[in-house]
Design a protein around this ligand. Structure first.
Ligand code: COA
Length: 433
C-alpha cells in the first residue's frame, strides 16, 4: 500500500486538470467562505469560456469572490444556487441568472443529504498532516457534503488554518488535488461609527458576566463585541467566529469557564475575518469548529444559561416581524443562523436575543421600523420568536408584549423624525389601544 506522501504526489495535479474532469450535468458543491476553492473555479470558468462547457450547477454558501456561476459574462452556461449570498450571488440572483435555496443554516446538512445529488465536493483545505489528513477549517455542512459527494477535489493552501476539531479529509478519500497558496479572503473591519457604538453600548449593558455570546454579521454585532471588553467569564457559542470575539478572548473577557457544555472552549461553525483571526484558529485546541446541525441547533444553544444572541436586520414591522434578507423584493442575503439563535436564546434560562440596526437607512430618508414590511420583504425572524429590537434610541422589548405594547415600544426607539407618522399609521390600523 502506498504511503500518504506517495498518494499525495500521485493525486497532485494542476487546477486545469481538475476543471477538465468536471462534466456537463454535474453538481459541484462547496462549503462556506474560506472553503470556496477559487483557483479550481477560475479554471472551470476558463473551461466554460474556452470549450463552451454548460450544464454544471454550483451550490455555494457566502461567496467571498466572484464565482463563475455568478459571473454575468457566463450567464446561462452555469447555474449557481446560493444558500447564503455574498456580493456575487446577490447580484446574480437579482439579475435573474442564479437561484437561491431557502433554508435555516442548521438544516443545510440535512437538506443536502436528502435533496441534492453531489457529483463533486470542491474545497480549500490546510496542508496534509503527518497522518494524511487535511483540515476543512469550517464545520458547517462539510461532513454532509463529503458523505454525499461522488468525487473530492481539494485546493491545498498553506494559509488555511488547521482547525483541530473541524471535519478532516484523509488523502485516501481524495480524487485529485492542486496547490494554491494564495492569501485567504479577509473581511474588512466594519466601520464603528457613533450609531453602532451607541447600540453596542446599549446591548453590552444588558449582558451579564458569565453570559454566552453569539454575534452575527455586520458592524453592530462587532460593536457589541468591542463594548464587552470589561466583562468577565464570558463564553462563545456562535455560528461565525469574528474578529471581535478574538479580541474578547485575547483580553480575557471570554474564558468559556461558565459554559455547561464545551467548557473552556470556543465553539463556532465557520470563520471569516482577518489574518490575525486565522492565525488564532490555527492548531488551537481551544477552538472547536463543529458541524452546523449541532452548533446552530436551538436545543444545544438553549443549554447555555444567559445565552445572548445579537444579529442585524434590514427592517421590522409593528408585529415584530424581522426582515434580514431582502430590501423589498431585492435579495440581500439568506436566513443564516439568525432564526436558530433567536430561538435558542429565548429558550435559554436568562437568555436574550437582540436584533439591532440603525433606526434609519439611506441618509435618514427611510425608517427601518415600519407599520408593514415593504412588499416582497422576507420574514427572517417571526413575530412569535422576536425578543428585543435595538436602535440608537434604545431597546424595545417585544416578547410577551401585545401588538399594541409592541407598537408603542417600537415607535419609542424609531428615529424622532418618523415617530409622528408611525403613530398616525398605528392609529389608522387601530392597533394602539
Ligand atoms: N431599506 C432600504 N435599504 C436598506 C434598508 C432599508 N430598510 N436597510 C438597509 N438598507 C441598505 C443599506 O443602506 C445598505 O445599502 P448599501 O449596501 O448600498 O450601503 C444595505 O441595505 C445593507 O445594509 P447594512 O445595514 O449596511 O447591512 P449590514 O452589513 O449591517 O448587514 C444584514 C445586515 C441583515 C444584511 C446581515 O446582518 C445579514 O446578512 N443577515 C442575515 C441573517 C443573519 O442575521 N444571520 C446570522 C448571522 S450570519
Amino acid at each position: 500500500m502506498s504511503t500518504n506522501a506517495e498518494q499525495y504526489r500521485s493525486k497532485l495535479t494542476a487546477p486545469e486538470q481538475i476543471a477538465a474532469q468536471i462534466q456537463p450535468g454535474w453538481t459541484c458543491c462547496s462549503d462556506i467562505a474560506l472553503s470556496i476553492p477559487n483557483r479550481i473555479y477560475s479554471a472551470l470558468a476558463d473551461r466554460v469560456r474556452r470549450d463552451g462547457l454548460t450544464g454544471v450547477t454550483m451550490h455555494t454558501l457566502l461567496d467571498t469572490r466572484l464565482l463563475p456561476c455568478y459571473d454575468e459574462q457566463l450567464k446561462g452556461m452555469l447555474t449557481g444556487v446560493s444558500w447564503f449570498s455574498g456580493a456575487g450571488a446577490r447580484s446574480a440572483v437579482n439579475g435573474g441568472y442564479a437561484d437561491v435555496m431557502p433554508c435555516y443554516y442548521r438544516d443545510i446538512s440535512g437538506l443536502l443529504t436528502d435533496h441534492v445529488e453531489i457529483d463533486a465536493y470542491c474545497a480549500v483545505v490546510s496542508p496534509m498532516d503527518k497522518h494524511g489528513y487535511f483540515s476543512t477549517c469550517n464545520g458547517s455542512a462539510s461532513s454532509a457534503m463529503l458523505r454525499k459527494a461522488g468525487r473530492i477535489y481539494l485546493e491545498v493552501n498553506e494559509n488555511m488554518p488547521r482547525a483541530l476539531s473541524s471535519p478532516m479529509i484523509h488523502i485516501s478519500q481524495v480524487t485529485a488535488l492542486c496547490e494554491n497558496h494564495t492569501e485567504l479572503p479577509v473581511l474588512p473591519s466594519p466601520k464603528l461609527d457613533e450609531i453602532s457604538t451607541t447600540i453596542g453600548n446599549l446591548i453590552a449593558a444588558e449582558i451579564p458576566d458569565g453570559a454566552t455570546l453569539q454575534l452575527g454579521i455586520g458592524a453592530i454585532p462587532d460593536a457589541v463585541g468591542m463594548a464587552l471588553k470589561s466583562k468577565r467569564n464570558l463564553g462563545i457559542h456562535t455560528e461565525m467566529l469574528t474578529d471581535s470575539m478574538v479580541e474578547l478572548l485575547e483580553c480575557g473577557a471570554v474564558n468559556n469557564s461558565r459554559k455547561p457544555i464545551h467548557t473552556g472552549r470556543t465553539v463556532a461553525t465557520f470563520a471569516l475575518g482577518s489574518r490575525r483571526m486565522y492565525d488564532y484558529i490555527d492548531d488551537n485546541p481551544s477552538i472547536e469548529m463543529l458541524p452546523v446541525e449541532y452548533v446552530n441547533n436551538p436545543e444545544i444553544i438553549a443549554q447555555h444559561p444567559c445565552m445572548m444572541s445579537i444579529n442585524a436586520a434590514l427592517e421590522v414591522d409593528f408585529f415584530g416581524q424581522v426582515c434580514a434578507e431582502s430590501v423589498g423584493t431585492r435579495h440581500v442575503s439568506g436566513t443564516g443562523g439568525q432564526a436558530d439563535y433567536v430561538r435558542g436564546a429565548i429558550q435559554s434560562k436568562g437568555g436574550k436575543s437582540f436584533i439591532a440596526f440603525p433606526s434609519t437607512a439611506k441618509n435618514d430618508t427611510i425608517s427601518k421600523i415600519r407599520p408593514f414590511l415593504t412588499p416582497g420583504a422576507i420574514v427572517t425572524t417571526s413575530k412569535n420568536d422576536v425578543d428585543h429590537i435595538v436602535t440608537e434610541y434604545g431597546i424595545a422589548k417585544l416578547r410577551g408584549r401585545t401588538l399594541s405594547q409592541r407598537t408603542r415600544a417600537l415607535i419609542a426607539v424609531a428615529h424622532p423624525k418618523f415617530r409622528e407618522e408611525l403613530t398616525f399609521a398605528a392609529k389608522k390600523q387601530n392597533i394602539i389601544i
